[in-house]
Design a protein around this ligand. Structure first.
Ligand code: ZN
Length: 286
């Protein structure tokens, strides 16, 4: 099985560059500890492919996060990809709501893309419109980033994939050519990835065009959670609250929603956490 990857490419005779993303192992891993229904799997998979494609298209050092916050069936969806192409993501649902389309799933929801490259994070609002995340993102590229783009996203429980095509700045393209490329993109389905991958899929899709393919980049599932971050959350919660939680059970268990890692804190751990820098060893001279 080929590794999960993004392949950047460019059209030799058209002022258009693109990238193909194909996620399988990382995508399956992302769903491991969750029980998502088909619609959520599709939407989360689209988000995974899109976030990877956006991360690849930017020159930055940090992480980009696509976040949808809703009040209907979908409560929250977070997808994050670093500039090293480490990806993670999750969705949480309202158990009592049902949705049968992307529009219903994201009714009244807000979507934002945050580019965090250290100093000052930049956030762009993505208006949720159309029948899928791809049409919302296309509009986002047109309006916020001002780079005319075509994006296609496909996903099922085994594959999350997609292609992003972007016009080169300042180089006009014939409208017919641009529309033809959109038409070709729209033929992409998740099952295409079963038959051809990587270079072969690009060649198959754009058979009439001369396409120059650049070196592929590996995408990995990798969570950014750590003992330290969970301890910081407990510290923010406060000593009183943490001990109150322990009064009801033997330990506080914190499960990472992204990777499923369990961390547990017993009374000794909690006391240590709030003891700060007080040295209590035999060498203490307090
Ligand atoms: Zn984690």
């Amino acid at each position: 099985m080929s590794a999960d990857s993004i392949i950047p490419f460019a059209f030799v005779s058209l002022p258009v560059r693109g990238a193909l993303i194909h996620l399988s192992q990382s995508w399956v891993r992302m769903q491991r500890d969750h029980d998502y229904d088909a619609l959520v799997i599709e939407t989360l998979g689209h988000a995974a492919a899109a976030t990877g494609l956006v991360a690849q298209s930017l020159k930055f050092d940090g992480a980009i996060t696509l976040q949808i916050q809703g009040s209907g069936a979908l409560q929250m969806l977070v997808m994050q990809c670093t500039s090293d192409l480490d990806v993670r993501g999750m969705a949480s649902m309202d158990e009592d709501s049902v949705a049968s389309s992307f529009a219903e799933l994201t009714d009244n929801a807000h979507c934002a893309i945050t580019v965090d490259a250290g100093e000052r994070p930049y956030q762009g609002i993505v208006a949720i419109e159309g029948e899928s995340l791809s049409s919302s993102l296309e509009n986002y590229f047109d309006r916020s980033v001002q780079v005319p783009s075509h994006i296609v996203l496909v996903a099922n429980e085994n594959v999350a994939g997609g292609i992003l095509l972007q016009q080169m700045p300042g180089q006009p393209i014939d409208e017919d050519d641009w529309n033809r490329l959109r038409f070709l993109l729209e033929t992409l389905t998740a099952t295409d990835f079963d038959e051809a991958t990587g270079l072969n899929l690009i060649r198959k899709l754009f058979a009439e065009d001369d396409v120059r393919v650049h070196e592929s980049r590996v995408v990995n599932f990798r969570c950014r959670c750590s003992d330290q971050k969970v301890e910081d959350v407990l510290k923010m919660l406060g000593e009183t609250e943490s001990h109150a939680m322990l009064a009801e059970r033997d330990s506080i268990e914190v499960v990472c929603e992204y990777c499923g890692e369990k961390r547990s804190f017993d009374p000794v751990d909690v006391s240590r956490l709030f003891a700060g820098n007080v040295v209590t060893g035999p060498d203490s001279v307090q």
